[in-house]
Design a protein around this ligand. Structure first.
Ligand code: ZN
Length: 499
């Protein structure tokens, strides 16, 4: 290691340490901070973020990168050092293209937008939110122009969360999914068959739910020596380092599957973070490949494992231990109940069959806004007509329509990762099934270690060594494709609904 690279690592570690400390403040804010702490906390977080921005884009970083790139120019371009330098260069270039004044304005505006959104959603008043959303769009367009793009303005946004993935590639995935999902949903509807979900509703003590979810996430491999689970309004996973990865869930005393599957989902994210390569701590390689790959891990554990017939059979004795009313419910009933398909207005409550159409709807609206083919004022109409076309239902109010997601208070471009995650999770699962003997039997037996081990080797410990599409291709030998997801959904629901 040259002395310049050693200095670079010291500087980069400092940035990582400050970012992780900022994450801890954020975790505290959403879990235990008293309400009165919010204004001081906003200042503390803003100060740390501006220090991170200065260190990441300052002259010391610029000079060290320059020196290191020259010193390692003859090394194999696939070496870890070259990869570290490439990611650091990408972050630096992106960071320096955005002036500090724009970053600050965006941050200030997003706080205002969030507060306005909360009120607008409560009153279901889109007109109240529209002016701030127009400003968000204007700031996003400024950001896109400064970052630059080749084909579509959306590319500039994807480059941040999904390096190497373009708007055209996301559009191609949705073009595969859209007709298949619309057809599946209408076949289910036409069948006239329904599933009984009554076992999920009842009087479910939240302390017992906590014990049950703690058991379930621990059993799949979430390590409580390096994590903890708390309760929040919106479930999330946050990492302070691979050795301190925390999750939260939301308990509903009347509906058991909300907390249970939120816990499985967040634990899936946490398993990825806990499995990142420790030997790369303090370098850009000790990071997840992308938001979409991250989501593939959460959806794999939540849905492919957690909503499988084998898992429902395996976990039933634990359900009965904590909630004796499940003695009247057999595993098959639980399996059908947690896989009920019901077109609904709210994305985060959507089932596996309808979920990706919710994401598509938002992606189409965002694309049209950035292309200049849709005005902010026309979003409610565009939203409602897409809901009618895809789901056959119209939201009774904007709070159950275009005002439901928090995402547009911070900007655009965040939604595709959800569908990319679902698509990638099935591509990985297809491959895993060829390399691990009888994964379904393992799930039935509650033996999750071989599955986790496969994900650790192939995904988690790779950190950011590959861009998302390269990672998928390296592991599976195939390009990004929605086919495994479509086949999985068709098989699952054909059987459940007899179609
Ligand atoms: Zn997630």
């Amino acid at each position: 290691m040259t002395s310049s690279f050693s200095e670079f690592k010291t500087l980069y570690s400092k940035i990582v340490n400050i970012s992780e400390a900022t994450s801890l403040l954020f975790w505290d804010q959403l879990t235990y901070m008293p309400e009165g702490g919010s204004s001081a906390r906003a200042e503390q977080a803003a100060t740390l973020q501006s220090i991170t921005h200065e260190l990441s884009t300052g002259s010391e970083m610029r000079d060290l990168l320059h020196k290191c790139e020259a010193e390692y120019s003859n090394e194999d371009e696939n070496s870890d050092t070259r990869k570290v330098l490439r990611i650091a260069r990408r972050d630096f270039d992106r960071g320096t293209r955005l002036p500090g004044s724009l970053v600050e304005e965006k941050s200030r505006h997003s706080t205002l937008a969030y507060n306005t959104w909360v009120k607008a959603r409560e009153r279901s008043d889109f007109d109240m939110f529209a002016p701030v959303l127009k400003k968000t769009l204007e700031l996003t367009k400024q950001e896109i122009d400064l970052i630059g793009y080749k084909h579509h303005p959306y590319d500039a946004l994807l480059e941040e969360s999904e390096p190497g993935i373009t708007h055209a590639q996301v559009k191609a995935v949705f073009s595969e999914l859209k007709p298949a999902l619309i057809s599946l949903i209408s076949r289910i509807k036409e069948s006239g068959n329904s599933v009984d979900v009554s076992c999920l509703y009842g009087d479910y003590n939240t302390e017992k739910q906590k014990a049950l979810t703690t058991f379930a996430v621990n059993e799949i491999g979430y390590n409580f020596a390096n994590g903890r689970q708390d309760s929040t309004v919106h479930p999330f996973c946050i990492s302070m380092s691979p050795q301190d990865v925390r999750i939260t869930t939301r308990y509903d005393a009347g509906f058991i599957s909300a907390a249970f599957y939120a816990s499985m989902h967040e634990a899936g994210h946490a398993l990825y973070e806990q499995g990142l390569p420790l030997q790369y701590t303090g370098t850009p390689l000790c990071r997840a490949a992308s938001s979409g790959v991250h989501e593939s891990q959460s959806r794999l554990w939540e849905n492919i494992v957690g909503r499988s017939r084998e898992y429902c059979t395996h976990i039933m004795p634990k359900f009965r231990e904590y909630f004796p009313s499940f003695s009247n419910c057999d595993p098959e009933e639980l399996y059908r109940a947690v896989n009920c398909v019901q077109p609904s207005f709210i994305r985060v409550e959507a089932d596996e069959a309808t979920y990706n159409l919710h994401v598509l709807l938002r992606f189409e609206i965002e694309s049209a806004l950035l292309e200049g083919n849709l005005d902010v004022d026309d979003i409610p109409d565009a939203w409602d007509s897409a809901m009618e076309e895809y789901f056959g239902i119209t939201p009774p109010s904007d709070s159950e329509g275009c005002l439901q997601d928090v995402h547009w208070t911070g900007g655009f471009g965040g939604f595709p990762c959800y569908t990319l995650g679902n698509v990638i999770s099935l591509q990985l699962w297809e491959k895993l099934r060829t390399e691990i003997t009888e994964p379904k039997q393992l799930i039935l037996n509650g033996e999750f270690a071989p599955i986790l081990q496969w994900l650790r080797e192939n995904v988690h410990t790779q950190g950011m060594r590959y861009q998302p599409l390269d990672l998928v291709e390296t592991i599976t030998g195939t390009k990004l494709s929605a086919k495994p997801l479509i086949d999985y959904l068709n098989n699952k629901y054909s059987e459940i609904y007899g179609i």
